[in-house]
Design a protein around this ligand. Structure first.
Ligand SMILES: Cc1ncc(COP(=O)(O)O)c(C=O)c1O
Length: 456
């Protein structure tokens, strides 16, 4: 007789439990309220896709540190590398001197980046810094100032990062004035933006037409240093720009001497079934931004690009105290090796396939589901109040996250309208864990759907 699969989710107390509630009360009293928290989990330990809280309850993580944990929580090879490096050298500062892990990581990223020819890399601390540095480098290399970004984009929360980010409501309200010379164009968001009756191919051309129009109506192309695009929008709700769109955009950039920057902070490192999402389109960026899963949770990010562009700024123009810290570099090297050794790109495709199977069943059953999307293991459900009008449903995602939490899931919302729930499971999640998580998620969606129907 076959045994039923061992369960990972193990909830022993009411949620949040007593110890968690005490820490949450301390958080409320001592930590700024502007720092959003998606779930009331107070984590103590974690391994793979499982997180155990301070009350001994175990959850399945469908968020993975917002995509930072493609190798899972605390992978052995990575924690070993961190311990070894911590015993040898904690810090020096790459502006002051050199340590081998910095160089080795840059060599690895240069090798992996889907860019031909000689490449160079700059290491920094977070995704937003990677974007900021790419803008500095692009401006220096081209002698131009303007930057083009997209509706729905998320590039971080510094002044320039926030300026390049879309979505006023959550990320920008009250924080202006913003940085100058940043222009925004529509992203090819088929579900919401494709005119009725138009096919996908024509829509790509239509969206490219909108981009071309911006070069007439908004900004002189000869003053544009770079276009920065997420090949799969992350915070925007997991929307993939098609190959046709990306290729046409690339060719417009080439025509006008505009640099093409792929922001792969969330879509990178095997998440979409390739090392980097842009590879699916065959488009070669001038610069590639990476962070998050590069180092399994250690704070480090990178800009990798064509050597002649990356080497444009003067000596001393780039750098930071901690960027490319030795321990974070060791973690990144071990994380990248783990992803390759375990072929996590292939695993992402399997996870996406299983997840999409569930999404399709739920879409048939629940009218609040407007759209379902999986690019590899970057999976999202978009909720609507009405399938015909596609009016965004902002209540359901929050309810799904809450109900999912009560059933042992860690999740977060997404989308320009906060109308999506995204799943970004660690790519090391087992099939049993994934099915268990999907079963809990299905129940949570059924609750939200039932409430919506009752209120209607
Ligand atoms: C595509 C993208 N770019 C940049 C960032 C900013 O990264 P960080 O939060 O590490 O600054 C994020 C964060 O979610 C992101 O998803």
């Amino acid at each position: 007789m076959t045994q039923p699969p061992a369960k990972t989710i193990d909830i022993k107390t009411e949620l949040p439990g007593p110890k968690a509630r005490a820490v949450l009360a301390r958080r409320d009293a001592s930590v700024v309220r502007g720092l959003y928290r998606s779930c009331p989990i107070v984590a103590e330990t974690a391994r793979g896709a499982a997180v155990t809280d301070v009350d001994g309850n175990t959850f399945i993580d469908l968020n993975a540190g917002i995509g930072a944990l493609n190798c899972g929580h605390c992978p052995d090879k990575v924690t070993d590398a961190i311990h070894k490096q911590a015993d040898k050298l904690l810090h020096l500062c790459a502006i002051v001197g050199t340590y081998e892990p910095y160089v080795e990581l840059c060599e690895k990223l240069n090798e992996l980046a889907p860019i031909k020819g000689e490449k160079k890399t700059l290491l920094c601390n977070t995704g937003v810094e990677a974007g900021e540095n790419a803008v500095k480098i692009a401006r220096y290399a081209t002698g131009r100032q303007a930057i083009i970004v997209f509706e729905g984009a998320f590039h971080g929360r510094s002044l320039l990062g926030m300026t390049m980010t879309s979505k006023y409501d959550l990320y920008k309200r009250g924080f202006g004035p913003f940085a100058p010379e940043v222009y925004r164009v529509p992203f090819p968001y088929e579900y919401r933006e494709k005119p009725e009756g138009m096919n996908s191919r024509d829509y790509d051309d239509y969206a490219i037409g909108q981009f071309k129009k911006a070069l007439v109506a908004q900004v002189d192309p000869t003053s544009v240093a770079a276009v920065i695009i997420e090949p799969v929008q992350g915070e925007g709700g997991f929307i993939t720009a098609s190959t046709r769109y990306l290729r046409k955009l690339r060719s417009i950039c080439r025509e006008h001497g505009i640099l093409f920057v792929a922001d792969e902070v969330q879509s990178g490192f095997c998440r979409t079934g390739k090392m980097f999402a842009i590879e699916s389109s065959g488009v070669e960026p001038d610069m590639l931004l990476t962070a998050k899963s590069i180092a399994s949770g250690m704070p480090i990010a990178a800009v990798t690009g064509k050597a002649e562009i990356m080497d444009a700024p003067h000596v001393g123009g780039l750098g930071s105290t901690y960027g490319g810290n030795p321990v974070a570099c060791a973690s990144a090297i071990a994380s990248i090796d783990t992803m390759i050794e375990h072929d996590l790109a292939t695993r992402a495709l399997e996870i996406g396939k299983i997840t999409m199977g569930y999404f399709m069943q739920w879409k048939d059953k629940h009218p609040i589901i407007g759209d379902i999307r999986c690019d590899g293991a970057m999976c999202a459900i978009e909720f609507v109040n009405d399938r015909k009008t596609k009016e965004p449903n902002k209540t359901a995602p929050a309810r799904v996250v809450e109900e999912g939490f009560q059933r042992g899931l860690i999740m977060i919302r997404a989308g320009l309208y906060s109308s999506c729930v995204r799943t970004l499971a660690p790519l090391t999640i087992t099939d049993d864990q994934l099915h268990e998580a999907m079963s809990a998620l299905g129940e949570a969606i059924a609750v939200a759907d039932g409430e919506h129907a009752k209120a209607a």
